[in-house]
Design a protein around this ligand. Structure first.
Ligand code: F6P
Length: 520
């Protein structure tokens, strides 16, 4: 009953924001550009085709928006049966069974994927933007492939545009050049670029040999969104330093060659209500099923983490903190198991392959040190886990630990809060994840400080039910209020303002107005 009341109380904001989203979109075609496709078709060895929903952060944040407004999602067609499943003009309507929007697939050759995705996006920009002490690798051939692929996605957007002034939402560091390329072909479009990862200080960014091209590409947008005000400040500082461009006194826009571009923080989030969420009362079932699956007795407390196998996620640091916990608080020996759901990521990139090996060997060493035939303190479940499974593990957890060394937002922390309709469980969250600004009722840790994180683990495992409930209830209000609908609505509302101001100028029928508005 208490659970149902809490559920009702936090449910209230979702429908309002959802309606608002649809209202805002009314009349404008929305086109999303994102590397990862929301649904991939793959062929099994028996010839059957299966559809998998992506669990990527970008997909989790953006999909609710397109479900609400309709439109087109332009993405890399990466599934082995994607071509067979594409019905019309390289695309099809999704979600399967309840179509709400069109998915347009762009096909990339092995060489293009190597240069654009593995190379420039993930060996250059990703380490450049994350403070994780991995050296970026800049290769001219990678940048050329990145530029060419950005051009191909821009072409696909223009091909999908049903009129000359769509709202185009460009997602993430894969497409820094696309906004300017789209603007050249669709000067009346309203382009919002959202950078899901951190933006570094200008002193860090300036080592990129193509820094000016990247900035010019992004500045083709009408609005550039970041996860936190700190990222906005870093970006504005980078532009100011590169072009000596004037920042407005409110620090929310920059003018480059007569064009004014808004720069704002829109903290990304998860959809508050979502089909993957188990029904009320399922918390106990999740706990039972996870214990059964892993053979864990009731006496064992459960910690859970859900991360891609990425060097920014602080997986080794997390395991070292667990080692410190078992050293400093021996009462948790045989009494605490940490389950890491680890999704392999960006395979073939040397820094990722090396990280995967280090993570396994660190866990193996700790398990040999503290484990025995009936006890394994760290369990790594490597592989893709569907949203229902992730939710089940999050609901079974006594604590969820996110130890990112640097993270744009970290939506898993918000997924944990969403999953806990029982208002139990403790979130341990890195101070260096964007989510730490909003989820202040988590136990905030510095992942480099193994002793501090171990102390937070011990505090979580001994926290009273009452304190857990108070903290979780407050976090649930925050995530319910600032969910993915709100994220999309705030961005779209700003886009709609820009669009209508331009419309008014054009309607004033000054012969030069259309051009002036396009660059305003
Ligand atoms: O944070 C950036 C991001 O694009 C996330 O949205 C997502 O979880 C992750 O990186 C996906 O990486 P990839 O598409 O390379 O698997």
């Amino acid at each position: 009953m208490a659970e149902e009341l809490a559920r009702r109380a936090v449910r209230s904001s979702a429908p309002r924001t959802s309606r608002r989203l649809e209202d805002i979109c009314a009349g404008a075609q929305v086109i999303v550009v994102a590397n990862r496709e929301p649904y991939a078709h793959d062929r099994l060895s028996n010839g059957r085709i299966v559809v998998t929903q992506s669990s990527s952060g970008v997909v989790n944040a953006v999909e609710p928006l397109l479900r609400a407004c309709g439109g087109v999602w332009v993405a890399h067609g990466s599934g082995t049966a994607d071509m067979d499943a594409a019905l019309e003009r390289d695309g099809l309507d999704v979600p399967p069974g309840e179509p709400r929007y069109r998915l347009r697939r762009v096909w990339l050759s092995q060489d293009e994927q190597q240069g654009y995705y593995r190379g420039f996006a993930n060996e250059a920009l990703w380490p450049l933007c994350h403070r994780a002490h991995v050296r970026p690798i800049f290769r001219s051939a990678d940048f050329e492939a990145y530029a060419a692929v950005n051009g191909r996605f821009a072409e696909a957007v223009c091909d999908e545009a049903s009129d000359e002034s769509p709202i185009v939402l460009v997602q993430d560091y894969h497409f820094a050049l696309a906004p300017q390329l789209i603007r050249e072909q669709l000067p009346l479009s309203t382009i919002v670029s959202f950078w899901h990862i951190p933006w570094p200080e200008w002193q860090t960014f300036e080592i990129c040999p193509w820094r000016r091209q990247i900035l010019q590409g992004l500045l083709g947008s009408s609005i550039i969104g970041f996860q936190t005000p700190g990222d906005c400040r870093n970006f504005l500082g980078t532009v100011e330093h590169a072009f000596e461009a004037p920042i407005d006194s409110g620090g929310e826009s920059v003018s480059v060659r007569g064009r004014r571009v808004l720069v704002r923080a829109y903290p990304a989030s998860v959809a508050w209500t979502r089909p993957a969420q188990p029904p009320a009362g399922a918390a106990e079932n999740s706990d039972e099923s996870v214990r059964r699956e892993l053979g864990l007795p009731d006496s064992v407390r459960i910690g859970v983490g859900v991360d891609r196998l990425d060097y920014t996620k602080g997986l080794e640091e997390k395991f070292l903190a667990i080692e410190r916990l078992l050293e400093s608080f021996p009462e948790f020996l045989d009494r605490f198991v940490y389950i890491q759901l680890a999704e392999p990521s960006r395979l073939g990139i040397p820094a990722y392959d090396a990280l995967r090996a280090r993570v396994r060997s660190t866990a193996g060493r700790i398990n040999r040190r503290f484990g025995h035939v009936d006890y394994c303190p760290i369990v790594i479940l490597e592989g893709h886990h569907n949203p229902e499974d992730v939710c089940r593990y999050l609901r079974a957890a006594d604590l969820c630990c996110i130890a990112s060394l640097h993270d744009g937002m970290n939506l898993v922390s918000k997924e944990f809060v969403r999953a806990r309709t029982d208002e139990r469980g403790v979130l341990i969250l890195s101070a260096f994840a964007g989510a730490a600004r909003e989820l202040t009722d988590a136990l905030i840790v510095n992942p480099y400080d193994a002793d501090g994180t171990a102390a937070a683990l011990a505090a979580a495992l001994t926290m009273s039910d009452e304190e857990q409930r108070t903290r979780m209830r407050r976090m649930r209000h925050v995530v319910a209020r600032f969910d993915a609908h709100r994220w999309g609505a705030d961005m779209l509302a700003d886009a709609a303002d820009v669009r209508s101001r331009r419309g008014a100028l054009v309607a004033a029928s000054d012969p030069g107005a259309e051009l002036a508005a396009a660059v305003s």
